[in-house]
Design a protein around this ligand. Structure first.
Ligand code: PHE
Length: 343
């Protein structure tokens, strides 16, 4: 028995010296310590030796087993370390003393315009509201005085979700009802947001764009308030006095409704390519909130009046920064989009 133990020890040491990978360590472990390994085989021979020697040999085999276990585990650790070191050594070398440039990110031009407007409107007492991009038919259309089958819906075809009655909002006006219900009157709020329409894209049209809606509701609000706020806001955005004009415009949720134009900042009204020679640029649909819309929002139209406007944020960013193609904004092109800095 003793000689067998010595033979196993010698064999183990011999094999150990040629082990050089973690896989070989594992093979060695199985060969000696596995269920059918040499140590287990030796254990099974215990039954053949005389009873009085069993105890002593049992002990000897256990010591052998522990020694092998310990050696295997040490070898495994050493090999793993060596293998890792090898990976590190073979990795690409770099020279940490080489000079490098740290580039800071920049804001998206729409974010810049949005923040600018938020600053201006909060200074005039407006709160900023957030509203989801997925809405239902009621909020996007019916609460805004656009019943089912109304032709005004044709202008705002959008993406309907498979969940019943849910769609991607076509305009920020979709938030009007919820905000009126939440705060009641008097109320001053702006709510920027991403809007979606089923449009074919070209230099002036995108299926995904940004608007900023604003509403002001109080006693005796009139069109002069609307013009005042729009003029103040635009002069701040463009950092110069802007001339505005109102033309009639139709939106079922305002009465009267307008298209607000600004005198072209490029040519001062003379006519140039960017205003299509008209001297004016269409910027912001707006109007006095329709009494039905106030009623839907739980506000008494006999007591309160208000105005609403839907500023095209994307359009404003195009004007402010001279971006010619609307598709630039969603292009993800860092070359194009990282040029804009907040003044
Ligand atoms: N929601 C309208 C649109 O996107 C714009 C608008 C807003 C018009 C508020 C009037 C008042 O076309």
């Amino acid at each position: 028995m003793n000689s067998k133990v010595n033979d196993i020890k010698a064999l183990f040491n011999e094999k150990l010296s040629s082990v050089s990978s973690s896989q070989q360590v594992e093979e060695l472990r199985v060969e000696f310590l596995g269920k059918k390994g040499l140590v287990a085989e030796l254990m099974s021979e215990l039954k053949n030796i005389p009873n009085e020697e069993k105890k002593e040999f049992g002990r000897i085999i256990n010591v052998l087993k522990q020694e092998i276990e310990q050696t295997v585990s040490e070898k495994r650790t050493a090999i793993l370390e060596a293998e890792q070191q090898k990976i590190i050594d073979s990795a690409e070398q770099y020279d940490e003393s080489l000079p490098y440039e740290i580039k800071t990110g920049s804001y998206h031009p729409i974010t810049l315009v949005q923040r600018d407007l938020e600053r201006i409107f909060t200074s005039m007492g407006f709160s900023i509201e957030n509203y989801s991009e997925i809405v239902d038919d009621y909020h996007c259309f019916e609460a805004l005085n656009i019943p089912k089958h109304h032709p005004a819906r044709d202008m705002q075809d959008t993406y309907y979700l498979s969940t019943e009655n849910q769609l991607l909002k076509t305009h920020t006006s979709a938030a009007q009802n919820a905000i009126m219900k939440k705060y009641g009157a008097p109320l001053r709020a702006i709510f920027p947001g991403r809007c979606f329409r089923n449009e074919s894209t070209d230099a002036c049209h995108e299926n995904t764009f940004f608007q900023m809606e604003g509403i002001m509701i109080d006693k005796d609000i009139s069109i002069s308030n609307l013009i005042y706020f729009m003029k103040t806001m635009l002069s701040e955005v463009f950092q110069k006095d802007v001339t505005v004009r109102l033309r009639p415009g139709f939106f079922p949720f305002v009465e009267p409704g307008f298209e607000l134009d600004i005198k072209c900042l490029n040519c001062g009204g003379e006519g140039c390519p960017s205003c299509k020679n008209s001297g004016w640029l269409e910027l912001c649909p707006c109007g006095m909130i329709h009494p039905n819309v106030l009623s839907h929002g739980g506000i008494d139209p006999e007591e309160y009046t208000g105005f609403a406007f839907g500023l095209g944020l994307t359009r404003l960013a195009m004007m402010k920064y001279g971006v010619k193609d609307i598709r630039t904004f969603n292009s993800g092109s860092l070359k194009a989009l990282s040029q804009f800095k907040n003044e």
